[in-house]
Ligand binder design. Sequence first.
Ligand code: NAD
Ligand code: DAU
Length: 353
Amino acid sequence: MSKKILITGGAGFIGSHVVRQLVTKYPDYQVFNLDALTYAGNLTNLTDVEHRPNYHFVKGDITDETAVNALFAEHRFEAVIHLAAESHVDRSIADPFAFVKTNVLGTVVLLQAFKELWFNNWAGKRFYHVSTDEVYGTLGETGLFTETTPYAPNSPYSASKASSDHFVRAYGETYGMPFVISNCSNNYGPNHFPEKLIPLCIHNILHGKPLPIYGNGKFIRDWLYVVDHARAIDLVFHRGVDFETYNIGGFNEWTNIDLVKLLCQLMDEKLGKPIGTSEGLITYITDRPGHDLRYAIDARKINAELGWKPTVTFEQGLAQTIDWFLNNPEWLANVTSGSYQGYYDKQYNTKDK
Ligand code: NAD
Ligand code: DAU
């Protein structure tokens, strides 16, 4: 079956793994990657697939209505897998408007362009919104997020993602647009941008810098290897039911402090340093405002209905992730130079240290 698919945000962390999954597994598809190449977008994430005949890169901003409409008119995409977003909670606390613009307005621009193209001709069409478990807010010490957990976003980032989910549903209800949404837990793996906890700590261990732990470090996240997320997206895209939501997660909860200690131990082993060396870099700092205590996904629906489950244990995934960063020092050096340094100094108050 030949298909023209638009993937947005394909030069980012998760998007690049989704592009690779589809381009290599479905040679008959024409995969278009629309990405603005913000600080988080990086075409070197895709050097292994960029020469494939079924892959096409388009540099562009999803909030640019004229450019998006022209792209849809030219290529008549039958499906959209939408990942482009501002994705970092701390940046959303500093600059909420950027998140409203890309995550809310940008999503509506895409929905509207798709609707203008296919309204009343929806057979075989699909709009897939890749979303986050953060829309559900925070859990206490027990319980799991299910697909029916009420939305209660707590950060500007999660509020913008919740809003974009609502717009997707609204286009389904109002215009009959066939959609699927998936809400996933924290990803980790190769190409993870080092503003996020795991790659930030790997980078800082390599440079002997402090490992900043917000608050008491007892906050809990549910970690999933990014390639397993890309496989789940492939399954939901092809076999998910229209107008349905799927929660994706690894049943893999860790407190931040236990996770960072495990990472320190693995890094010491890999670097041939005495165990305990990296742990000595752990530094508790002021908490993130509105910091959600715990995320944990109930992934039984995607498991029961689509047969998905993670293929990689956390220990395997973390080891593979560390190996990837150790084998790609130029990737890490490139993305941490320039504007990232300014962000880091401001976020961690390190300018004059
Ligand atoms: P990322 O920040 O690594 O990548 C985002 C990509 O979107 C970048 O390539 C960037 O250039 C592009 N982009 C940003 N603004 C754009 C715009 N206006 N127009 C076009 N392109 C733009 O993000 P990620 O971590 O890969 O997350 C991808 C998606 O998955 C996001 O929608 C995020 O909300 C969601 N998600 C992420 C996680 C996670 O743990 N990282 C978990 C669940 C869901
Ligand atoms: O749950 C899915 C979400 O996971 C995605 O929707 C987001 O796009 C993604 O960024 C991620 O959000 P988090 O805020 O959970 O990820 P982050 O890596 O920023 O933080 C993970 C935990 O570590 C969180 O409890 C905050 C803490 N932390 C983070 C940083 C950057 C620290 O203690 N110190 C830090 O320096």
